[in-house]
Design a protein around this ligand. Structure first.
Ligand code: NAD
Length: 469
């Protein structure tokens, strides 16, 4: 375990030679991130390719043991990592935020180490014997976003390593320090060269996505970048897992108890201050309980403190960057101008430093309003009225994305029936956004393809090979 300063210094370049990263809550410098260019990517890929065969030869048990040790190392440095994450990403230490994210890294490393994966006997009838194995791919590229930078890096690298691959990670240019520090700690338990972070920009990501020595890209980010990666990967027929943007609907059935569900709806929508791919971003509420849900949700939302992440009191933080702040502010302004009713928030205090946008609830809004139809990715939730379940399902399915969704009801059977009609990779009942390392997670429609987590997620980091005979 190292101190916060030592950990940060261990990933920083010589003073003055890097790129300064600023705290989105205060505008103060957090530290310098290295600027890695294409030649650094080349050396990382070569080192990965050189280290991979010996790692693959270790077998599942030894690789899982290394992942468990890596989890222990992350746990030992958890507080330092959480503090750096809070300063760089903005999310508070407290609540389901920075400490929670580092805890999830530990949990995912351990769970991935423990997943069972045995060869499957497909046919054994006396004449034919066919077994299905999953062999390592080789070098895997992992490209991630800025909202849950550490957790998503672990979602990508842990199954890749477990399956015998080497990994080159390209974090978001907004949050490189968090990933550099996390991987520095994980690397205490791994052979040299096997896992490298390349702290580069979009050009480095594009090269990674087209690199002939990379067999698979795990990508989490926007749908627009996902489309570009599909094109870049075409020449080398690279395998892809794409976890892309969403705009998750939640449908509240008329029998739900507004008071009982308000807190869980709040966190389903405002987890990480709304900067979560599978957060609830459009809430459809039946006429009968519309006003009561608006009232209960407003009461819960009002009580949630937002501010600097290092203050233990806060559970909501700033937007991570100015571009995202502008997206949210413009969408809320347009909604207000259209005649929608702002129940809470909507008036940022621009005299304060930081990209803080207040918790915002918008009622009586049309389904085709951009605040509903676009992925706002921030602390603003539109609440749309409906009168029939068919109408609610049609609106929920009306977009070209389908990552998560939720149904809220006291009647589990009724909720499951509605859930089955929703076009999304996961439909939660009476909660939203809860992910689990044992349960496959992925998107429908333009939210991507392939799944992460669980045995299905492991298989996605291997090449299926049939031994026939
Ligand atoms: P983004 O697409 O702008 O960037 C993601 C990563 O791609 C960054 O590391 C970036 O440098 C890299 N990149 C950019 N252009 C590239 C190119 N041409 N080739 C290769 N790499 C390139 O996304 P973001 O703004 O960082 O993240 C927010 C988005 O991510 C939202 O849409 C959100 O819904 C989505 N997201 C999805 C999931 C999921 O599991 N489905 C999880 C988290 C975030």
């Amino acid at each position: 375990m190292e101190t916060y300063d030592a950990l940060l210094a261990s990933v920083a370049p010589a003073a003055g030679s890097g790129r300064t990263i600023f705290d989105p809550a205060t505008g103060e410098a957090v530290g310098e991130a290295p600027i890695h260019e294409l030649d650094y990517l080349e050396s990382a890929v070569s080192a990965a390719a050189a280290a991979q065969p010996a790692w693959a030869a270790l077998g599942h048990d030894a690789r899982s043991a290394a992942l468990l040790k890596a989890a222990d190392a992350v746990e030992r440095s958890a507080e330092e990592l959480a503090r750096l994450l809070s300063r760089e990403q903005g999310k508070p230490l407290n609540g389901p935020n920075a400490r929670f994210e580092v805890g999830a890294c530990v949990a995912w490393l351990r769970a991935t180490a423990g997943l069972p994966l045995e060869p499957e006997t497909i046919v054994d009838d006396g004449e034919t014997r066919a077994e299905l194995h999953y062999r390592p791919i080789g070098v895997v590229g992992a490209i991630g976003p800025w909202n849950w930078p550490m957790m998503i890096a672990v979602w990508q690298l842990a199954p890749a390593l477990r399956m015998g691959n080497a990994v080159v990670v390209k974090p978001s240019e907004y949050t490189p320090l968090s990933v550099l520090a996390l991987v520095k700690v994980i690397n205490e338990e791994l052979p040299e060269g096997l896992l490298t972070v390349v702290s580069g920009g979009r050009d480095v990501g594009a090269r990674l996505a087209g690199h002939p020595a990379i067999g698979k890209v795990m990508f989490t980010g926007s749908t627009a970048t996902g489309r570009t990666i599909i094109k870049s990967s075409a020449d080398t027929v690279k395998r892809l897992t794409l976890e892309l943007g969403g705009n998750d609907a939640g449908i509240v059935l008329p029998d739900a108890d507004p008071k009982a569900i308000a807190q869980d709806i709040f966190w389903g929508a405002f987890l990480n201050t709304g900067q979560t791919c599978a957060a609830l971003k459009r809430l459809y509420v039946h006429d009968d309980i519309y006003d009561a849900v608006c009232e209960e949700l407003t009461a819960v939302a009002k009580a949630m403190p937002m501010g600097n992440g290092l203050d233990e009191n806060n559970v909501l933080g700033p937007l991570q960057n100015k571009a995202q702040y502008d997206v949210v502010a413009n969408l809320v302004e347009a909604a207000r101008a259209s005649g929608a009713r702002v129940l809470l928030g909507g008036n940022p205090d621009t005299s304060q430093p930081g990209y803080f946008y207040p918790t915002t609830l918008v009622a009586d809004i049309a389904n085709d309003n951009p605040l509903v139809a676009e992925e706002q990715f921030g602390p603003a939730l539109p609440i749309i009225r409906y009168s029939t379940i068919d109408e609610a399902v049609e609106m929920a399915n009306g977009l070209d994305v389908g990552l998560g969704a939720s149904v809220w009801s006291a009647d589990l059977k009724a909720a499951r029936d509605v859930a089955a009609r929703i076009q999304a990779g996961t439909v939660w009942i009476n909660r939203h956004g809860a992910v689990d390392p044992r349960i496959p997670f992925g998107g429908a429609k333009q939210s991507g393809y392939g799944v992460e987590f669980g045995v299905e997620g492991l298989k996605a980091l291997g090449v299926p090979q049939v031994i026939n005979g």
